[in-house]
Write a protein that binds this ligand. Sequence first.
Ligand code: ZN
Ligand code: FE
Ligand code: FE
Ligand code: ZN
Length: 264
Amino acid sequence: MALVDYHVHTPLCGHAHGEPAAYVEHAIAVGLSEIGFSDHAPLPAGMREGITMLPEETERYIAMIERVRDEHRGRIPVRLGFEVDYPLHDTFDRRYLDDPRIDYLIGSCHFVDGWAFDHPDGVAEYNRRDVDEVYAAYYDTLIELANEGRFHIVGHFDLVKKFGHRATRDHHDRIRRVLMALARCGTAVEISTAGLRKPVGEIYPAPDIVALLFEMNVPVTLGSDAHAPEEVGYEFARARELIRGAGYRRIARFEKRVRRDVPI
Ligand code: ZN
Ligand code: FE
Ligand code: FE
Ligand code: ZN
């Protein structure tokens, strides 16, 4: 049984703590077979404060992860990734999208027309907006992200539910369009246990979407979105139960951008 945690941060983003080595040690302690770092790729000034590394820190991050990988060689594979905001920003140099050192890119949407809808400081904005329009705009962005075909994994698929704001209309037409594009490109969806630590109190994505993923032949992988070492592998037994219940017997792993599905 392979358990991989591909969504792990570092203190470079400004809101995570613990050295990368401590995250790796925790992954070993809880019996994971693989860990991958995917810290927030640099956003422009005015958006990134306390959220992402600086553009000039990108190489430092890569060197840091390569070092921790070397230090743990023979004990656990350590992958190098980024969590990249979509729409893309010039602060994350486009050459990184094809950089052979990087094992995988997680594409994530954290902004709906400039509003950081998953940031605790902006929650009140949900009350000023039509929640269904927020959901629609969010999934429209995911449709574009999926069609872009540059990412290996989609992060926290239904993040828009984070604070418990529920859609009143059905958004499955848009969701199906996202999944169609992902299935076509072989892009995986992250089963993220981070939602269990948030007000919504459930895994991203919800069970009905996980069922649709299986039906539409979209690969899945696992992520905790750890911002502290002890969050690595958080509640993975529940994530495994969820995807096995939907029919999955394999999860995706990535090495140098090549996907290989392994038994779970
Ligand atoms: Zn973060
Ligand atoms: Fe994120
Ligand atoms: Fe993250
Ligand atoms: Zn995240």
